[in-house]
Design a protein around this ligand. Structure first.
Ligand SMILES: Cc1cc2nc3c(=O)[nH]c(=O)nc-3n(C[C@H](O)[C@H](O)[C@H](O)COP(=O)(O)O)c2cc1C
Length: 368
């Protein structure tokens, strides 16, 4: 149990916003697997929301099963941020998060994202204006600072607590660092130590239950937020919650269980975005599932061209047939089978499930 202002949460594990991915279908898929309570949308431009821009509205689309939902806003005009928060409260959103970590030029240029970390008083005033206007919690998500010479997160977190922020989410890297190197746990700990009572939620590189426990132990943070690790393993919230409560690691899901969840995710994409767009959007989602399938070249080559649900099921049936030649249900090589070179080299790699580092998704969002 964790309190975020007036909100009591059933889990101290959170879904980190991933622009282009943390849409309603993905959130519902994760929630159905358990362990997650507060999930967030992609970042949404406050002004676009006030202008009733259809794209911004699609980003905040939700359902009762998607509660409690946080919407992440970006913007630097205090009145717009306040009014957007008021609007979100009026439609039943549980919490509003402010993006202070985004390094993307388009966002920083207008004084949003990471740029907010460099102007502490102005940022605290903006947060105070939002906090005074709404009853729901207002939280902030930041990086450790602009660069190693400017690790402003502890000071900023303290200032925002003074302004009434209900929690701080901190990704343990600087803006300059991008996604390189590893997460700086001491940096997160400094933020935990800087605030008086509000929870600090640590974030970055958590891909296993053990990594979550390590972050909690090393930093003293109240909870952990997981982004890329959730694509990589949608069960991560359930597994981590169980591990933190009992010390027991649940077994990895097998191929068929992964397929069931992948199909559910596609069905939800089609429900929410329609068949054509839903399938096109799924082209970049399916390869995340297949990273845990074992040899999946055959699947990946075709799925990136997906345009209908029927096509997906056909391709899945063909892929099942192909695997059946050499893999048993648990994904192990059948005894006595001499695999083709591509499969053999794959099987010699460290178990995919055991890899710690996860790639940053490709495309324009790479700059996050
Ligand atoms: C594709 C992508 C999109 C992202 N979009 C957002 C965003 O909209 N808002 C935000 O605050 N952070 C965003 N982030 C940063 C993540 O929320 C998170 O802080 C970062 O990925 C580190 O956590 P992880 O290692 O668990 O993924 C994004 C990251 C990626 C890779």
């Amino acid at each position: 149990m964790l309190r975020l202002g007036s909100l009591t949460l059933k889990s101290n594990l959170f879904l980190s916003p991933l622009a282009g991915y943390t849409n309603l279908p993905f959130r519902l898929t994760l929630r159905e697997l358990g362990g997650l309570d507060l999930a967030t949308t992609d970042l949404v431009n406050a002004r676009s929301l006030l202008e009733r821009n259809p794209k911004a509205f699609k980003l905040i689309e939700t359902r009762p099963a998607d509660y409690p939902l946080a919407v992440q806003l970006f913007g630097s005009v205090p009145e717009e941020m306040r009014d957007a928060a008021l609007y979100l409260e009026s439609i039943g959103v549980a919490s509003v998060d402010i993006n202070m970590g985004c390094p993307v030029r388009k966002v920083c240029k207008v004084g949003g994202g990471s740029a907010m970390m460099t102007e502490m008083d102005k940022t605290a005033d903006l947060v105070r204006g939002m906090v005074n206007a709404v009853k729901i919690p207002v939280t902030a998500k930041m990086r450790l600072g602009w660069d190693d010479q400017n690790l402003t997160a502890p000071d900023l977190a303290r200032a925002l607590e003074g302004a009434g922020a209900a929690a701080i989410f901190v990704h343990g890297r600087t803006r300059e660092q991008g996604f390189s190197g590893t997460v700086n746990l001491a940096g997160i700990r400094a933020v935990v130590q800087a605030v008086r009572t509000i929870p600090v939620i640590g974030n970055g590189d958590v891909t296993t239950p053990e990594a979550a426990r390590h972050m909690l132990a090393e930093t003293g943070c109240a909870g952990v937020s997981i982004g890329r690790g959730a694509f990589y393993n949608p069960w991560i919230f359930q597994h981590t919650k169980h591990f933190l409560a009992t010390g027991e690691l649940l077994p990895e899901e097998n191929f068929e269980e992964r397929v069931v969840v992948m199909c559910r995710h596609l069905d939800l994409m089609v429900e929410v975005f329609g068949e054509s767009l839903g399938c096109r959007m799924f082209r970049k989602v399916a390869p995340w599932y297949s990273k845990r399938f074992g040899p999946a070249n055959e699947f990946n080559k075709k799925v990136v061209l997906l345009s209908s649900r029927a096509e997906f099921h056909e391709l899945l049936a063909r892929y099942r047939e192909w695997r059946r030649q050499f893999l048993d249900e648990s994904g192990s090589l059948k005894p006595g089978y001499r695999p083709p070179p591509m499969v053999a080299s794959f099987m010699q790699e460290p178990a995919v499930a055991a890899r710690q580092a996860i790639p940053v998704p490709r495309g324009p969002v790479e700059i996050w």
